[in-house]
Design a protein around this ligand. Structure first.
Ligand SMILES: C[S@@+](CC[C@H](N)C(=O)[O-])C[C@H]1O[C@@H](n2cnc3c(N)ncnc32)[C@H](O)[C@@H]1O
Length: 346
C-alpha cells in the first residue's frame, strides 16, 4: 500500500495573507485572472492558441503538489482532458516540469491527443546550487535544470491524421500520385513531401494545398467530387487549411537549451525580504514561448497561475490571457504584479 502523503499545508510559503481577494476575477485589457480551481473555469475561457502549464512537480513544491512523480499522472489527468476538449489544431501546449515529472505525465498527454514536438531545457547553471550540494550523499550529479516541453494538438479529419487524409483524398480522385508534382509545378517534391506517411511528411503550405486541391477537383474522377472537403459539399478554404496546424516561429540563434539564471534580485516578487512564491518563472522565458507560438490578439491559458508570469508575458506582448490560481495569497500577489506593471505596457 502506498504511504500516506505528507501534508502540504502552507508548503514552501514565506508569507500567508490573512486578507482575502476583493474580487474572484481580476480583469483588464484582455486579461482575466480567476481566484479558484482552473478546472471550474475552463468553460468560460476563450479558445486557447497557447496553453502554458506549470503545475504539480511531485516535489511538495506548493500546497497541493504531490510528494513524488508517481502521483502526477492522476494530478494532471482531468486538466489534460479538459485542455484537449477546448484545443484546436492551432493550439500549442508548453508543459513545464522536472524531467521525471514530465516523463510520468507524457503518456497522459499522448492519450488525450497531444503530440510531442520538442523538449526544451532550462539550464539554471551553477547559480542554482551555489556550491551547496553534497554529491557523496545524493550520489548523482546536482540538478540545475527544468524542462519546458512543446506539444501540439493533432488535427484529424474523418478520424485521420492530416497526412493520411491528404493521401486518401488524392487516391480517391483516381489520379496517380506523381500528378501532384504537376499540380504544384515541381519536379518530385510534392509526392515525396506531402504524401509521405512517415516522419518525412511535410504539411503542405497554403499555396501548395490550394493547388493540389484545385487539380484534384478539376482533373479527378467527377463522381467523387468535391475532394479535400470537410463537409462533402465545399472544398476546404485556404484559411481553414492554414488553421490546421499550430503557430511557430523561432528567432535566429535560439536552441532548445535555455541558459538562464534562476529568478532573483528585483525580478523576484518578495514580501518582507522573502520570496513570495518559490516557483516563480523568469518572465523572459515565458515571453519567448508566447512569442514563438502565437500572434497579437491570440488567447493564452495559464491554468496554474502562481504569480501569473505567463499572463504577464502575454499581456506585455498584446495577447489575451485567462489564468487561475487556487491559493489566496499567491492570487493577491499575482494581481498586484499586474497593478504595478500596468503603466509599463501602455
Ligand atoms: C508551479 S506553480 C506556478 C508558478 C508560476 N508559473 C509563476 O511563475 O509564478 C503552480 C501553482 O498552481 C497552483 N495550483 C495548483 N492547482 C491548481 C488548480 N487546480 N487551479 C488553479 N491553481 C492551481 C498552485 O497553488 C501554485 O501556485
Amino acid at each position: 500500500m502506498k504511504h500516506q502523503a505528507t501534508s502540504t499545508v502552507n508548503r514552501g510559503k514565506a508569507i500567508t495573507l490573512a486578507t482575502k481577494p476583493k474580487k474572484s476575477v481580476w480583469r483588464s485589457e484582455g486579461i482575466a485572472l480567476f481566484f479558484g480551481d482552473s478546472l471550474e473555469h475552463y468553460h468560460e475561457w476563450g479558445q486557447p492558441v497557447v496553453i502554458i502549464s506549470d503545475g504539480g512537480y511531485g516535489i511538495l513544491g506548493f500546497e497541493g503538489d504531490t510528494s513524488d512523480h508517481l502521483d502526477l499522472p492522476s494530478w494532471y489527468e482531468s486538466h489534460v482532458k479538459a485542455w484537449s476538449q477546448y484545443a484546436t489544431p492551432q493550439t500549442t501546449l508548453w508543459f513545464w516540469n522536472s524531467e521525471i515529472g514530465w516523463a510520468a505525465v507524457h503518456p497522459i498527454l499522448e492519450k488525450y491527443g497531444w503530440r510531442y514536438q520538442n523538449c526544451n531545457i532550462w539550464n539554471k547553471g551553477l547559480a542554482h546550487i551555489a556550491g551547496n550540494v553534497n554529491t557523496k550523499a545524493i550520489r548523482r550529479f546536482p540538478v540545475v535544470s527544468e524542462v519546458c516541453v512543446q506539444y501540439t494538438f493533432e488535427a484529424r479529419i474523418d478520424g485521420l491524421q492530416l497526412k493520411q487524409w491528404l493521401l486518401r483524398e488524392w487516391t480517391r480522385s483516381g489520379l496517380p500520385r506523381r500528378k501532384a508534382n504537376e499540380a504544384c509545378g515541381v519536379i518530385d517534391a510534392a509526392t515525396r513531401k506531402y504524401f509521405d506517411q512517415g516522419h518525412l511528411w511535410y504539411f503542405p503550405p497554403i499555396e501548395m494545398f490550394t493547388k493540389i486541391q484545385a487539380f484534384a477537383n478539376t482533373h479527378g474522377d467527377p463522381k467523387g467530387r468535391p475532394y479535400f472537403s470537410l463537409d462533402g459539399k465545399q472544398p476546404l478554404t485556404a484559411e481553414e487549411w492554414g488553421k490546421m496546424r499550430s503557430k511557430f516561429r523561432c528567432p535566429h540563434g535560439f536552441t532548445n537549451v535555455w541558459d538562464r539564471v534562476p529568478v532573483n534580485g528585483s525580478e523576484r516578487v518578495k514580501a518582507s525580504g522573502r520570496a513570495v512564491h518559490l516557483n516563480q518563472k523568469p518572465l523572459d522565458l515565458m515571453k519567448r514561448i508566447v512569442e514563438a507560438s502565437s500572434d497579437e490578439g491570440d488567447v493564452i491559458w495559464e491554468p496554474f497561475g502562481g504569480l501569473f508570469t505567463a499572463s504577464l508575458a502575454a499581456w506585455s506582448l498584446r495577447r489575451k490571457a485567462f489564468a487561475a490560481e487556487i491559493d489566496s495569497t499567491y492570487f493577491q500577489y499575482g494581481v498586484k504584479r499586474f497593478d504595478q506593471n500596468l503603466f509599463q505596457f501602455e
